[in-house]
Design a protein around this ligand. Structure first.
Ligand code: FAD
Length: 405
C-alpha cells in the first residue's frame, strides 16, 4: 500500500477557497489523449494539447490540485537540484547547459501565458540566488558561475564584499530574471479554465483503475466502470506511478516545508528573490504576495520517515531557526503552516517525458526534481508536438528509459 504523499497543513489548499469542482465520469467516452492526474502537470498538459487542437480529457481520482501540487513551493528557476559539475557523473555538461536553457524557455512560456490570460495566480518574475556560507565551497560557486556565464546566461557573482543580504554568504550565483513564483493551486485552476474554453474535459473523483493497450489505442477503466478510449494515455500522477509501471524513477525522500504568518518587512532579503543554499540536501526559500516566508528542505528517506511526526516537528523547528538566523532583522517571524510530502529527483535531476519502452501508446510526464513545474511545461510543449509526429530533439534528455543498462 503506497503511503500518502502529502502530510500536514498545506498552505496553498488552505489559503484558497475551492475554485471549482468538476463532475465525475458517468458515461463511456472517446478522446485523442487521456491525461491521468489533475495536478499542475496534468493541467499544463491539458493546456498544451487543447491549444494544439487535440482532444484531451483529464481524469483525476480525487480533487484537482490536492496532491503534491498543494505543497510545491513553486520556485520556478532554470537551475537544477545539483550544480553542473556534480551532474557530470550522470550526464554531459552540454546536456546540463541545454537543460538550463530549456528551463529559461519554460519560464518565458509561463510569462506568455500570464500576458495572454491575465495574472490570476499571483505570478511574479524573480531573480534567484544560489549561495554557500562555507569557505570550502567558494571554488564550487565560482565554477558554477563561470559555467553559466560562459553559456551566455545572465548571472552575477556575489561574494562577502558585495553581499546585499543579511545572511552569512561566502559566495553565490545571482541569476538575473532567472526565476518566478506563483500560487500552484490558482495556476492549476487558471490553466484548466483557459483549456476548458478550448475544449478540454476534466473529471474529478474518477480514478483510473486499469489500462488495456491495443495496437492503435488504449482502453481505460475508471473507478465506476466507465471506459475511456484514447489514442494515447499520459501518466501525470506525480509521485504515484506504481499502478502503471514497475519502473523505479529515483530515490524518494520526504521534504519538509513551513510557511510563516505575514511579516512586516523583508529587511535583509534583497529584492525578495528566490533563494537556494548549496547544502546537501539543500534548503529553499521564497516569499509570497501577502508577505509570508516559505522555507523548505531537510529531506530524509521517505519510507522510513513519512509517518514520523516527532521528526517532522524537529524538521519544522530547524527550518524556523534557519530563517531566523538568515534574516535577523525580520523580527516577527512566526509559523502558520507546517507540511511535508514525498519528492523524487532523478540522477541527472531531469524529469521523465515521453513514451514507455514497452507500450507506445503509454506516455509519461513526470516533473521530478526541483524544477517539476518547468519540466511539465516542456512536457506539454514536446508531447503535444510528438502527438503530431514532430519530434523535439531535446525530448531525448527526458527519456523514460535513459538510465536502462
Ligand atoms: C515540498 C515540495 C516542494 C517542491 N518545490 C518545487 C518547486 O519549488 N518548484 C518546482 O518546479 N517543483 C517543485 N516540486 C515538484 C513539483 O511539486 C511537482 O513536480 C509537481 O507539483 C507535481 O505535480 P503533479 O501534477 O505532477 O503531481 P500531483 O500534484 O501529485 O498530481 C498528481 C495527481 O494524480 C492523481 N492520481 C494519482 N493516481 C491516479 C489514478 N490512478 N487515477 C486518477 N488520478 C490519479 C492524484 O490524485 C493527484 O492529484 C516540489 C515538490 C514538493 C513535494
Amino acid at each position: 500500500m503506497p503511503l500518502e504523499n502529502v502530510h500536514g497543513d498545506p498552505i496553498f489548499t488552505k489559503i484558497n477557497k475551492v475554485k471549482k469542482q468538476y463532475e465525475y465520469l458517468t458515461e463511456d467516452i472517446e478522446t485523442d489523449v487521456a491525461i491521468v492526474g489533475g495536478g499542475v502537470t496534468g493541467a499544463i498538459l491539458g493546456y498544451y494539447f487543447s491549444k494544439a487542437n487535440i482532444h484531451a480529457v483529464i481524469l483525476e481520482k480525487e480533487r484537482i490540485a490536492h496532491g503534491s501540487t498543494s505543497i510545491t513551493t513553486s520556485l520556478l528557476q532554470y537551475e537544477l537540484d545539483s550544480n553542473a559539475r556534480e551532474l557530470e557523473e550522470y550526464t554531459t555538461l552540454d546536456n546540463v547547459i541545454t537543460s538550463y536553457k530549456l528551463g529559461l524557455k519554460a519560464l518565458d512560456e509561463i510569462e506568455q501565458f500570464i500576458k495572454e490570460y491575465g495574472n490570476k495566480c499571483k505570478y511574479e518574475k524573480k531573480d534567484t540566488l544560489l549561495y554557500t556560507s562555507k569557505e570550502y565551497e567558494v571554488k564550487e560557486m565560482k565554477e558554477e558561475y563561470e559555467i553559466r556565464k560562459n553559456a551566455g546566461i545572465d548571472v552575477k557573482y556575489i561574494s562577502e564584499e558585495n553581499n546585499p543580504f543579511s545572511l552569512d554568504l561566502k559566495a553565490g550565483v545571482y541569476g538575473v530574471n532567472a526565476g518566478a513564483q506563483l500560487d500552484p493551486y490558482e495556476y492549476t485552476h487558471q490553466l484548466l479554465d483557459v483549456s476548458c474554453n478550448m475544449g478540454l474535459k476534466v473529471y474529478e473523483n474518477t480514478e483510473v483503475m486499469e489500462i488495456a493497450y491495443g495496437k492503435d489505442e488504449v482502453e481505460i477503466i475508471t473507478s465506476f466502470g466507465y471506459k475511456v478510449k484514447a489514442k494515447k494515455v499520459i501518466i501525470a500522477t506525480g509521485y504515484n506511478t506504481q499502478r502503471f509501471t514497475k519502473r523505479n524513477f529515483g530515490m524518494k525522500t520526504v521534504t519538509y516545508n513551513i510557511a510563516t504568518k505575514p511579516v512586516k518587512s523583508f529587511d535583509g532579503w534583497f529584492n525578495k528573490i528566490l533563494i537556494r543554499d548549496n547544502c546537501d540536501p539543500y534548503n529553499y526559500f521564497r516569499t509570497t504576495d501577502d508577505n509570508r516566508i516559505i522555507a523548505g528542505g531537510e529531506d530524509v528517506d521517505f519510507y522510513t520517515n513519512i509517518e514520523n511526526e516527532k521528526l517532522a516537528k524537529e524538521k519544522y523547528s530547524i527550518l524556523l531557526n534557519r530563517i531566523k538566523n538568515m534574516f535577523p532583522n525580520i523580527k516577527d517571524i512566526e509559523v502558520d503552516y507546517e507540511y511535508c510530502g514525498g519528492f523524487i529527483s532523478s540522477q541527472d535531476n531531469l524529469g521523465y517525458i515521453g513514451e514507455d519502452p514497452n507500450h507506445k501508446n503509454l506516455w509519461f510526464c513526470l516533473g521530478y526534481g526541483a524544477n517539476g513545474i518547468l519540466f511539465a511545461i516542456l512536457g506539454g510543449m514536446m508531447l503535444s508536438k510528438l502527438y503530431k509526429n514532430e519530434i523535439d530533439e531535446n525530448l531525448k534528455l527526458f527519456k523514460v528509459d535513459r538510465f536502462d543498462k
